[in-house]
Design a protein around this ligand. Structure first.
Ligand code: IVH
Length: 690
């Protein structure tokens, strides 16, 4: 053996010992404490290095490394949900309950005396989960994830006592049962005291405890945690199991699932409000923590017709319990600058616990709000927090103002870039005019660009983007797709940064590459144009089909006399204000430059027709006019969009169908002049069902 080789072996031994120790430490942090210090990718890199060493030097194999080597990968497999997992809209008071019911009545075109049965049941804040049974056997369990793709947690879920592995009588071949994994109050307290005794980190609340216990790679740990489950809804089903929500509850109960109780069927606002008050009183005595009540339309055929908007069903909502309040001191007011340049005042507070969470910041919305509330720095203020929303300042506590309290002067210049900040006539917000030179806006835009509904790049979240921006690595969206080249020229390349390694850097590049092909509506949304949210981006995608088309049309539409402008306003729900923001965006030279560069680096997919490409309405432009009898205009539009149609507001040469109801006037006339196919309500109903 030569000297050089000896050295190497010694180095290898030292490295091996160090690696094995590190891995054991990270295992303990991750599995035992739910408090990992490093990313999964970096953990995998450590394990791979250890394995490589042991391949070259088999004599180094130790008990630790054996154990580590066989540990499962820390990544959960992905599961595609065949029916999306949705979230819920919220209501906070009686008025909003009334609105919820009115909206349903209007959408379904129900007469005033038709009863809408509502099933009410407690809402538990746990971890939603979809359980797939095939021929009655539990074959897969998945988290919600982003609603479309979740994580495979089958092995862990099988350790939860409340979840049947087999369901028998009357079970469809395929059924997804959806519900919530949660931890009961007593179980949570007991778990935390056990963790405390072992000197481990405690969970802040039952929800975190449930989530932390399920997202374990070792099912043995999940098994040791006291988890519960209740079922509340269905995903895909191969054949219907009930006609009502109540029927679903009954069937789930018969199959051995736990249900949230108490539950009731209510038919009017008074009944709903009574149930709400009753539950608010019961709340402290329940075995589990609840944060509200869920109301669901009982009839499943109505649920189906109601469908959903963005991420929440129209047929259900959550009535939240009132916000928790507390009193603290306003220490200062800072100004935050958002993605579109809006200046938002943020209250810095003396930290205080509100409903189990420490709050040190609250929003003050805008300058009028500060004035309306008469807030001065140094005041005692009442703050409130409800669910996930940002805490708010409710009011100033009178008689407690210190002598040195000072008024806040709202700046007329951007605190980040120094440009003038102006407030346009009729607007509540003051906006920085610095546009692209304003760093705050650039960072916020980048964060938006990589956010969930936009590019959603694995491993490139808001925090990393901010870090890369500060370190001059990524300054514009274009840089993301040139990151490999940029990295090659960096003094400290990514793989040498703290917390990064060769593997995690490669993974990031791969994740970026995976997004070089992007759906048109995601791309449009990612641009961060004011007033263009996900729903509007989808409308544009459906209307213009390709990015080139869209961009050309928007450039032409800058001229409000053009046909392109008329066509833009003709899109359902697009008014002059949105039109102004969109066309201004495409007119701006700097934006044009970025779009050119992005177009060269990306493949923006042609918008496909969503569902039902067999439908006669797929890809067609439809105009509704006059009153329909069987459904409301809103339901008809939603149905047409579901079938892949574009819904327009006025008739032109591009219109394929005009659906004419009672009392149609000029639009019907124009349709016959232009030779557009006109359908009456009956024909529309028949064709939309094909
Ligand atoms: S029904 C289409 N019922 O709350 C969505 N959800 O904040 C159907 N949740 O995503 C949901 N208790 O994870 C329903 N009794 C209950 C619930 C419940 C808790 C969760 C669910 C949902 C989230 C929205």
């Amino acid at each position: 053996m030569n000297a050089l080789f000896d050295m190497d072996e010694e180095d290898a031994r030292a490295r091996h010992t160090k690696l094995a120790k590190e891995i054991a430490r990270h295992d303990a942090l991750y599995h035992g404490e739910d408090n990992p210090e490093i990313s999964d990718a970096d953990y995998d890199a450590l394990r791979r290095e250890l394995e490589a060493l042991e391949k070259d030097y088999p004599e180094l194999k130790s008990e630790v490394s054996e154990k580590v080597g066989t540990a499962p990968s820390r990544k959960f497999e992905k599961v595609q949900h065949s029916v999306r997992m949705l979230s819920l809209s919220n209501v906070f008071n009686e008025e909003e309950v009334v609105d919820f019911l009115d909206r349903i009545r209007r959408f379904l075109n129900l007469s005033d005396d038709e009863k809408i049965e509502i099933v009410a049941e407690p809402k538990i804040d746990g971890l939603s989960c979809s359980l797939r049974y095939e021929k009655g056997k539990l074959v897969k369990a998945a988290t919600r994830g982003d609603g479309s793709v979740g994580e495979d947690i089958t092995a862990n879920v099988k350790t939860i006592a409340d979840i049947p592995h087999d369901i028998k009588a009357d079970v469809p071949d395929i059924i997804d049962i959806r519900g919530e994994i949660y931890m009961k109050r007593d179980d949570f307290v007991a778990l935390n005291s056990a963790l405390e005794e072992d000197g481990k980190k405690l969970f802040a609340n039952p929800r975190n405890a449930a989530a932390g216990s399920v997202r374990q790679l070792n099912p043995e740990i999940t098994k040791s945690r006291p988890l519960s489950f209740f079922g509340y809804a269905l995903g895909e089903v191969s054949s219907p199991i009930a006609k009502t929500q109540e029927g679903i509850r009954k069937q789930l109960d018969a199959w051995g699932f736990q249900l949230t109780k108490p539950s009731d069927i209510l038919t009017d606002v008074a009944g709903i409000m009574d149930f709400y008050k009753k539950l608010a009183e019961l709340r402290p005595d329940l075995q589990y923590e609840i944060d509200g009540i869920v109301y669901k339309v009982n009839r499943l055929d109505w649920q189906e017709r109601l469908g959903f908007v963005s991420r929440a069903p129209r047929w259900a909502t959550a009535h939240k319990f009132p916000a928790e309040k507390a009193i603290t001191i306003l220490k200062d007011i800072d100004i935050q600058v958002g993605r579109t340049g809006t200046l938002t005042p943020v209250a810095r507070l003396e930290p205080i616990t509100v409903g189990g969470v420490v709050v040190s910041n609250a929003t003050l919305h805008n300058e009028d709000e500060i004035e309306r509330k008469g807030v001065m720095i140094g005041d005692h203020v009442e703050i409130q927090r409800a669910g996930d929303v940002i805490p708010q300042i409710v009011r100033v506590i009178e008689g407690k103002r210190p002598v040195d309290a000072r008024a806040f002067v709202f700046p007329d210049h951007c605190p980040v870039c120094g440009s003038e900040a102006i407030r346009e006539e009729g607007e509540v917000a003051r906006r920085c005019t610095g546009g692209l030179i304003c760093e705050a806006q650039a960072v916020e835009r980048l964060k938006h660009f990589v956010s969930k509904g936009a590019f959603d790049i694995d491993g490139l979240g808001a925090k990393i983007v901010e870090e890369f921006y500060t370190d001059n690595i990524i300054k514009s969206p274009v840089d993301i797709f040139r990151l490999e080249d940029i990295n090659a020229k960096l003094k400290t390349p990514l793989q040498e940064r703290e917390g990064w390694g060769a593997l995690s850097t490669q993974n990031l590049f791969a994740a970026i590459d995976a997004r070089r092909m992007i759906a048109l509506h995601r791309f449009i949304y990612a641009l961060g144009i004011r007033q263009v949210g996900e729903a509007t981006a989808k409308r544009f995608a459906r209307t213009y089909k390709t990015f080139e088309n869209f961009r050309n049309a928007m450039e032409r539409a800058h001229d409000s006399e053009s046909d392109a402008y008329a066509e833009l306003l003709n899109i359902d729900d697009i008014g002059p204000s949105v039109a102004k923001d969109v066309t201004a965006f495409f007119h701006e030279p700097h934006n044009k430059d970025i779009l050119d560069k992005l177009s060269a680096l990306l493949t923006i997919e042609e918008a496909e027709i969503l569902d039902n490409s067999d439908s006669p309405f797929a890809g067609k432009t439809v105009v509704f006019t006059g009153g329909l009898e069987k459904m409301s205009r809103a339901e008809a539009k939603a149905l047409a969009e579901r079938l892949g149609a574009k819904v327009a507001g006025s008739v032109s040469k591009k219109t394929d169908f005009v659906v004419a109801g009672e009392g149609s006037g000029s639009k019907l006339k124009k349709a016959s002049e232009l030779g557009v196919t006109v359908l009456d309500e009956e024909k529309w109903l028949a064709l939309s069902a094909t």
